[in-house]
Design a protein around this ligand. Structure first.
Ligand SMILES: Nc1ncnc2c1ncn2[C@@H]1O[C@H](COP(=O)(O)OP(=O)(O)OP(=O)(O)O)[C@@H](O)[C@H]1O
Length: 384
């Protein structure tokens, strides 16, 4: 959808902001450009909608060389969100949001109806916020209006320059979550500039990590964190990249341990004898449908009665597919040595700290080899 071919930008004073850049972004892909200040991210982005012209090279959007398209027409097809938002102060939120559809010649009623729909999409009730003026909104709300306005004419491409940079970290996280939810519904091709690696990792399908005017690595968040291509990338993603990787690595069934299992309606004594024979001190308790009920200890079960008389309810569980970080959080929150992993209500297995560590190591290995985690044998982790 967006293609850079050997693009260089040299400013008149001799600064080379972007140096021989080539890359391609697929339709519906969200790519984050990340790197230290002054490395050329904004210049890259502004060349897409011709706010800056390249010195050499070509840029294609939807197969069309942007140099051949009238800049004004081009910009109407490309949504643009910037940190300072740039809302018109004397226009209501609704009219601000309807700006581009109006420029495109939509009838006023249709443009306003579309604007109301978009405000709703970004989590602002159009009845409450539509009639307000920008200075009657919080920073986070203004940012949302910026996103709604950029989406109003339904452009296939969205350029976002530090879109969540001006708000505090809590609001920022909330806006990021909302944006991801929205993106999964509208599937725009998005180029998003940030200097925050956490944001790049959380939002990007792929990340382009910039050095000076060049891309040092262009890959999925998992690979960038797991196997940084250069020392500079490693330094930029930080010493805590293992921790960051927890956020982008999903729990898979192959990561799980299968602990001993007992049923609610089993006799306690018999269950205890079976567990003791296996050398187990506790077991997961399932109901007759195979759903998680909780856990029980061998010593309690040995007192007789039914398993249900001794079973403890358990709240430390996560759904399969959740990030490892969520499992780690649940472990800490409940001070638990393991968390159950469920598929809907069905019990799949447990994650222990050791398994969690192993899952992380296997995912690094899998990304480095370009295979799925299921294909990485445990031995290679042990050998690593
Ligand atoms: N008009 C200009 N004239 C000369 N140099 C410029 C001009 N605009 C940008 N530069 C330089 O080009 C380089 C890249 O700038 P750019 O704004 O693309 O960086 P950036 O990665 O977006 O940085 P930041 O994160 O600080 O916004 C910088 O060294 C900057 O000083």
């Amino acid at each position: 959808m967006i293609r850079f071919e050997e693009v260089t930008k040299r400013y008149p004073d001799g600064t080379t902001a972007v140096d021989d850049l080539s890359f391609e972004i697929g339709e519906g892909e969200l790519v984050t450009l990340v790197g230290p200040s002054g490395c050329g991210k904004t210049t890259t982005m502004m060349m897409v909608n011709r706010l800056i012209e390249p010195t050499s090279g070509r840029i294609f959007v939807g197969g069309e060389d942007v140099a051949t398209v009238d800049p004004v027409r081009l910009r109407r097809r490309i949504g643009y969100v910037i940190q300072q938002v740039g809302l018109f102060p004397h226009r209501t939120v609704l009219d601000n949001t309807a700006t581009v559809p109006c420029l495109l010649g939509w009838k006023r009623a249709r443009a306003r109806a579309r604007a109301a729909e978009l405000l709703d999409l970004v989590g602002l009730d159009p009845k409450t916020y539509g009639p307000r003026y920008p200075d009657q909104l919080s920073g986070g709300q203004r940012q949302r209006v910026g996103v709604a306005r950029a989406l109003a004419a339904d452009p296939p491409v969205l350029l976002m320059d530090e879109p969540f940079g001006a708000v505090d970290p809590v609001v920022r996280e909330q806006l990021q979550e909302e944006f991801l939810r929205m993106q999964s519904a509208v599937r725009k091709t998005v180029l998003l500039v940030t200097h925050d690696i956490e944001e790049a990792v959380r939002l990007g399908d792929r990340i382009a990590v910039y050095g000076q005017g060049r891309i040092e690595q262009f890959d999925t968040p998992g690979t960038v964190l797991g196997t940084p291509a250069t020392p500079r990338v490693a330094a930029f993603v930080g010493a805590d990249r293992g921790l960051k990787r927890l956020s982008v690595t999903e729990i898979e069934p192959s990561d799980l341990e299968q602990p001993p299992v007992v049923r609610l309606d089993e006799a306690g004594g018999r269950a205890a004898a079976r567990l003791s024979a296996q050398g187990a001190r506790w077991a997961v308790v399932l109901d007759s449908a195979g759903d998680l009920h909780g856990w029980a200890g061998v010593d309690e079960l040995a007192r007789g009665g039914l398993v249900r008389d001794h079973a403890h309810r358990m709240n430390s569980w996560v759904p399969v597919g959740a990030p490892l970080r969520q499992a780690f959080g649940v472990m800490l929150q409940h001070d638990a040595g393991w968390v159950a992993v469920l598929d809907g209500t069905r019990f799949l297995g447990v994650l222990t700290p050791a398994k969690l560590h192993e899952a992380l190591r296997r995912s690094v290995d899998a990304d480095a080899r370009g295979v799925s985690r299921r294909e990485v044998p445990y031995e290679s982790v042990a050998d690593a």
